[in-house]
Design a protein around this ligand. Sequence first.
Ligand code: HEC
Length: 311
Amino acid sequence: MLNRSVKFAAFYLILLSALPSFAVDWDKVPGKDMVLFYPGQLSWEMLLTQSEHSGADKFREGKNCRQCHEGEEAASGKLLVADKSSEREPIAGKSGSIKATVKAAHDAENMLIRLDFDPGQQPDSAMEPKYPLMAAIMIDDGKVAEVARGGCYALCHDDMMRMPSAKAGVDLTKYLSRSRVKMARTGGDEMKPADQLDKLRADQAVVEYWQARLAPGAAPVMVDGSVLEKRQEHATPVVTATSTEAGGKWSVIFSRKMVAGAGYKDFASGKTYNVGFAVHAGHTSHRFHYVSLEKTLVVDQGTADLVAVRN
Ligand code: HEC
């Protein structure tokens, strides 16, 4: 008898552990609609140059990107995806933007961020053979001021690979301006010495990112990491994701512990985070993605694009 109840208890435990950590009633979580647009090859340096972008001086005076561009994302994307002056390698037939809805929730232990999007008809660019789609989130917790002001663009520099000032044979990935000794119109020069970069890392002056690599009928393949002097993946991601696809519409739910340890931002009640969203569609890679303008997320209560409510 005793033996039997022990067995039963063990079985019950296995069942419990196979359940998701908690179930969110997503219908009750308000969604934030956004347009993810094709950013072209406009770098941070170019956008900060008044003769090339008429918003530059006003931006320097304190006006953020979205204050001028919110609501214009679809029009900007349409222009940038095909205009040879802002995109030297246009992909024929590619749409300039896609629509997405984002939701966030937590259970005090786990943070969940859900991204629903419809990539629509996408030409196959054949850049990324395995994954037709990738969905990504960037997170800053207030340590990298330019992300609050300029979102993803703050990490996009003129000398990165396939950008206008890229040097042959030097494949630079995303980085933060503070990792370089000096910045010029063509991007950064020398990298700061290792001890200074370590100090910035110790101060958490980095941007965290999560990426789900997606293919129909397969579980998402996760990557997470951070950006300071380059994009650096964690050897083993702690962020997990599930995805579903129906009629071409995708839903990706990212999750990780609110406090996930070194290399990850702590999510804390009442705190605001600066976030950016990106989707690669049509087998693209690198900069050939759709991005959001700068967005905000707050935990529990406050004013932000996304309020991660407790479930
Ligand atoms: C004061 C308003 C203002 C601010 C602030 C501003 N812009 Fe602009 N932006 C403009 C105007 C006006 C244009 C179109 C003319 C031009 O290119 O100079 C433009 C053009 C662009 C374009 C080209 C596509 C298009 O729709 O013409 C992009 C992309 C862009 N801005 C991104 C940004 C980003 C990113 C930031 C923040 C770093 C930013 N802008 C800040 C006003 C602004």
